[in-house]
Ligand binder design. Structure first.
Ligand code: URA
Length: 329
């Protein structure tokens, strides 16, 4: 095993040793995640061409990941005891999470008028039940779908989950291996970071809706193909129509480019509001594009992290929701 700069050991062998010697520990989990997601380490690990691979400072990579996770975990709204990190995962058996009533949510037409800005749309119980039925029907359709080969290759379809009257919809690219196994969106490493970003916004996972452009996992996590997007997009369009959120947050270039029908890169699209077109003669929905959490994990920098947080602050401001501050929790 190579040793450089004194006793600092680098690269995949170092991480593998951590995974094996400290099974189950936080460091082992992080090391495993780095092996999976870091482009160079992953290539090193999977191809076993360690000697020819570029040098990676594992200590730095681990430090950066911990710093990013810590950053998004440290927010709180002034006046609240602590940031709301109690994200209640949706019922895995049900593709549409129907959350318990929250105090912040207007649940009838009277409280609609008096309520301060809430993370979910003002609604009546009947309209919520109707939206739940529609989302379940879409999920059932997705589950039957064999329009492309992905439908036959998946373990589970991943239609999306969250509040049927969410004001914010987060849209990613496509399910990965963890999502395919569980049938739920954003439950792997990228999902854990998304959970932290949502919590940093003072929101719970069950107060937003989380979905993807593709509802089935592309093999080896390859990029979605145009014909797959064309086949799958109507399901997402119907979900957006049903939920009718105030803002869509497009996570990453694929989601942003697809929903905005543009070829501009995410670097140009992020940080500003765009209009998602819901159909001719119908009102558009504001769309904020930002970096995908998986991109943040792979390309950690303080600047990229700040960009995502700046984008989310704009979303909260647009919705009239309080912007949590760092330094507590
Ligand atoms: N990446 C995505 O784009 N979607 C998921 O559900 C998980 C990871």
């Amino acid at each position: 095993m190579s040793k450089r700069r004194g006793s600092r050991q680098r690269g995949a062998p170092f991480l593998l040793r951590h995974v094996q010697s400290r099974k189950g520990s936080r460091v082992a989990q992080l090391a495993m995640a780095l092996l999976r997601y870091h482009p160079v380490l992953r290539a090193t690990w999977t191809t076993r061409r360690m000697k020819n691979m570029p040098d990676v400072d594992v200590n730095k990579a681990v430090r950066q990941h911990l710093e990013m996770e810590g950053f998004f975990a440290g927010f709180a709204v002034r006046g609240k005891a602590e940031a709301r990190t109690d994200s209640a995962p949706a019922d895995a058996a049900s593709p549409v999470a129907v959350p318990a009533p929250s105090p912040a949510r207007a649940s009838d037409s009277q409280s609609m008028i008096a309520s301060p800005p809430a993370p979910t749309l003002a609604h009546s119980p009947e309209s919520e039940a109707e939206a739940v039925r529609e989302l379940q029907a879409i999920a059932a359709e997705v589950d039957q779908c064999r329009k492309c080969q992905l439908g036959s290759m998946r373990k589970h379809s991943v239609p999306g989950e969250g509040h049927p009257r969410a004001r914010i919809m987060f849209i990613g690219e496509a399910p990965g291996a963890d999502e395919d196994t569980q049938g739920r969106p954003f439950v792997g490493r990228a999902g854990q970071l998304l959970d932290k970003i949502i919590a940093a916004c003072g929101l719970r996972r069950d107060e937003v809706f989380i979905g993807n452009i593709l509802k089935c996992r592309p093999p080896e996590n390859r990029e979605p193909r145009p014909e797959e997007i064309i086949n799958c997009l109507p399901y997402l369009q119907k979900q957006i129509e049903t939920i009718n959120p105030d803002i869509i947050v497009a996570l990453g270039g694929h989601a942003a480019k697809t929903l905005l029908n543009t070829v501009k890169p995410i670097g140009q699209l992020r940080g500003q509001f765009h209009e998602y077109c819901t159909g001719i003669g119908r009102p558009s929905i504001k769309l904020m594009a930002t970096f995908h959490p998986a991109y943040l994990l792979r390309n950690y920098s303080e600047q990229n992290r700040r960009y995502v947080w700046e984008d989310m602050k704009k979303v909260l401001a647009e919705l009239g929701l309080p912007i949590p501050e760092r330094g507590r929790g």
